[in-house]
Design a protein around this ligand. Sequence first.
Ligand SMILES: CC(C)(COP(=O)(O)OP(=O)(O)OC[C@H]1O[C@@H](n2cnc3c(N)ncnc32)[C@H](O)[C@@H]1OP(=O)(O)O)[C@@H](O)C(=O)NCCC(=O)NCCS
Length: 155
Amino acid sequence: MRLPDDRPPVSLRRFRPTDVPFVAAIVADALREHYDPSLYQSLSAEWPDGFLIAADPHDVPVGFLLGVSQVEREVRVLMFAVDRNHRTQGIGALLMSTFLERSRDRGYRRATLEVRVSNARAIRFYTRFRFSVIDLLRAYYSDGENGYQMARDLP
Ligand SMILES: CC(C)(COP(=O)(O)OP(=O)(O)OC[C@H]1O[C@@H](n2cnc3c(N)ncnc32)[C@H](O)[C@@H]1OP(=O)(O)O)[C@@H](O)C(=O)NCCC(=O)NCCS
């Protein structure tokens, strides 16, 4: 059982441009997607505190959560992944809890995200963070897979 002070050996910080290759490698492996590097920089410029990097003791990114706000009073988790060799250490939970806390502090009232219907692990993770499925998104992903939209309030 995890003790309250049994924190994963990472520090959370804002995204920096030099993180792009590391973030892109995590995205390629974990999310099987490739984005233009400029996307990360432009999204981070919109809300620097919404792009959280979990860095190892050498300051190398091992996980990240990229949040945006496209609807008033609402945040959306656009990308979220932890390097496969660093999973199940609580890094994902640290990223998500910090993100939700910051969003609430900034006055956002609701958080949303999308997830592949086959991604049982992530759905279980989000359910534990009190997200629920609010919609089925047909052929949402580029390979034709359906997605779930999940949401929760930020009371
Ligand atoms: C979803 C994801 C980000 C979670 O990251 P993570 O760092 O592994 O998350 P945590 O370690 O906080 O929690 C994951 C699991 O490990 C368990 N865990 C956490 N710390 C642990 C520890 N010290 N020892 C054993 N288990 C632990 C948690 O209970 C949790 O269990 P679950 O699998 O039943 O949900 C990660 O699995 C991932 O990158 N997946 C691929 C990309 C993806 O699917 N992203 C979401 C797209 S919408």
